[in-house]
Design a protein around this ligand. Structure first.
Ligand code: UN1
Length: 505
């Protein structure tokens, strides 16, 4: 018998109105059940939205600094629970232990950034062309924010999409991914212990169609923050666009690339490519599924990459010395295997690494898919070179000059992260200028952004305001406010203020 966990609404732990629950299991060993969770529906979403609406005015009336003090409490408690929650992240989403812990540490860093930022000056003072006028820009909370978060960073990304919205004076309804509900419940416990007033943060577990969609369509939600797949993000963007009065920031996938130039340091290039392709089992939105290597060095790169990929240790994420864990769910396993098979069936592709099922019998109950890599000449018509797999699956492609590398780089509809491995600063600069991305790295993997940097992409990858201080734009309204300090009214642009002009007065 496993425990049943509840939703968190208006400061209370409550069951879903449907009375239904769903199960969360360890992807590395699906016999191990982590708990039963509430299968929330529109009714629960509505209850949570009402609680958030009721709490919002009072919460907004606190100073920004007082609101931040609550976030500092969350930070203190989370810091004490780093190891415990890190291990839970590893068990529930399948990332190896250092990654599970890094997820919690990333959340801690975001909390630190968020409450520290509350003592920074905000807004802008704008010079008026009329000396008697003072103008400034003031920000006010949107109201109720719906935060819809993915499973691959089950502690960090929720904190990205909750901490700053709260400090800005919004209240939040959070719908975590159905793959990682236990991480969500444990994170809510931290908020509860921190003494956040009732209704300020609410959490409902369940599936997107049942309980995420009603948040997006509700008239009482003022801003939607989403990180996840392009398919769902586009649905949210469309839904919000026709409502007209709702803000929205969507952060969606990528088909990220590493460019290796002819002068690159091969140790750095191979290390960066392996990290980018296989860390988190390829399940970061910033993971790289394309490595573009100059034709003069591709054979050497390939030989070294393959030898490293053959040695990667994959297994249960809480075992010692594991580099890569399982994929999160059966849908991911199926999808990754399907793309691998399509590559095997391509005449144009040479499969270099195929460890798809290279895992011991003891892991038969896990959702394991091993490293896969292939070499191929870029061809616009090959769909796998454009579509995001979100697994340990990577194409190695030759190019003859940097113009061609950049053209291939930009041929995809996404534009999230990239890296260039080069010893030539001019080539690195060229990549910075011409690669269509929101995040770029030189002589590094394409993963591992720090929280105080802006995070987000261009093109189909999103609006580029998923995190850091930029997210403030998605959860506040700007007010341009002008004050006249004289008795006379004087207008800008030479506009006459003489209301008796031409009359006898
Ligand atoms: C994601 O890939 O879904 O930059 C988020 C990184 C992490 C965040 C990744 N800080 O790799």
């Amino acid at each position: 018998m496993t425990d049943t966990y509840k939703n968190y609404i208006d400061g209370e732990w409550v069951t879903a109105r449907s009375g239904e629950t769903f199960e969360s299991v360890e992807p590395a060993d699906t016999d191990r059940v982590l708990g039963q969770f509430q299968r929330s529906t529109e009714e629960d979403a509505q209850r949570a939205i009402e609680a958030a609406n009721e709490a919002q005015e009072q919460w907004q009336s606190l100073s920004r600094i007082d609101r931040a003090a609550y976030i500092e409490e969350v930070f203190k408690i989370l810091e004490q629970r780093t190891d415990e929650l890190g291990e839970l992240v590893s068990r529930e989403c399948g990332k190896e232990l250092s990654e599970g812990k890094a997820d919690v540490v990333e959340a801690i860093h975001m909390l630190q950034y968020a409450f520290g930022n509350a003592r920074q000056p905000t807004g802008e003072v704008v010079e008026s062309e009329i000396p008697a006028k003072d103008s400034y820009v003031h920000r006010q909370p949107a109201g109720v924010v719906a935060s819809i978060t993915p499973w691959n960073f089950p502690i960090a990304i929720p904190i990205w999409l909750i901490a700053i919205p709260l400090i800005e004076g919004n209240t939040v309804v959070w719908k975590p991914a159905e793959q990682t509900p236990k991480c969500a419940v444990k994170l809510m416990e931290v908020f509860d212990e921190a003494g956040i007033p009732d209704g300020v943060i609410n959490m409902i577990t369940g599936y997107g169609e049942d309980s995420g969609a009603p948040l997006v369509s509700s008239n009482d939600v003022d801003s939607v923050l989403f990180t996840g797949s392009a398919k769902v993000g586009q649905m949210i963007q469309k839904d919000v666009a026709v409502q007209g009065d709702k803000q929205c920031a969507c952060e969606m996938g990528g088909k990220n690339a590493i460019i290796v130039t002819e002068d690159a340091d091969m140790d750095i290039a191979v290390h960066s490519a392996i990290m980018s392709a296989y860390k988190t089992t390829g399940q970061r939105c910033v993971s790289a599924e394309r490595v573009l290597v100059h034709e003069d060095v591709i054979d050497e790169f390939q030989q070294r990459f393959v030898s490293a990929a053959e040695k990667i240790n994959y297994g249960h994420p809480v075992e010692d010395d594991v580099f890569m864990g399982p994929l999160v769910d059966d849908a991911q396993v199926e999808k990754t295997k399907e793309w691998n098979q399509r590559v095997r069936d391509l005449d144009a592709a040479e499969v270099l690494v195929d460890r798809e099922t290279d895992i011991g019998e003891e892991h038969a109950d896990g959702r394991f898919v091993g490293p896969f890599a292939y070499r191929i000449e870029y061809d616009d018509d090959i769909d796998v070179l454009h579509e995001e797999v979100f697994g340990p699956h990577v194409a190695i492609m030759p190019y003859s000059d940097l113009d061609e590398a950049i053209e291939i780089h930009n041929s995809v509809e996404y534009g999230l992260a990239m890296a260039i491995c080069t010893e030539d600063y001019r080539k690195a600069r060229r990549a910075r200028q011409d690669c269509e991305v929101g995040l770029g790295y030189v002589n590094l993997p394409s993963i591992g952004a720090e929280v105080h940097l802006p995070f987000g992409g261009v093109k189909k990858s999103g609006s580029g305001i998923a995190s850091g201080k930029d997210i403030i734009r998605a959860v506040t309204h700007r007010k341009a406010w002008t004050v006249n300090n004289e008795k006379d009214i004087e207008m800008a642009q030479g506009l006459s203020a003489d209301i008796f002009r031409g009359s006898d007065e």
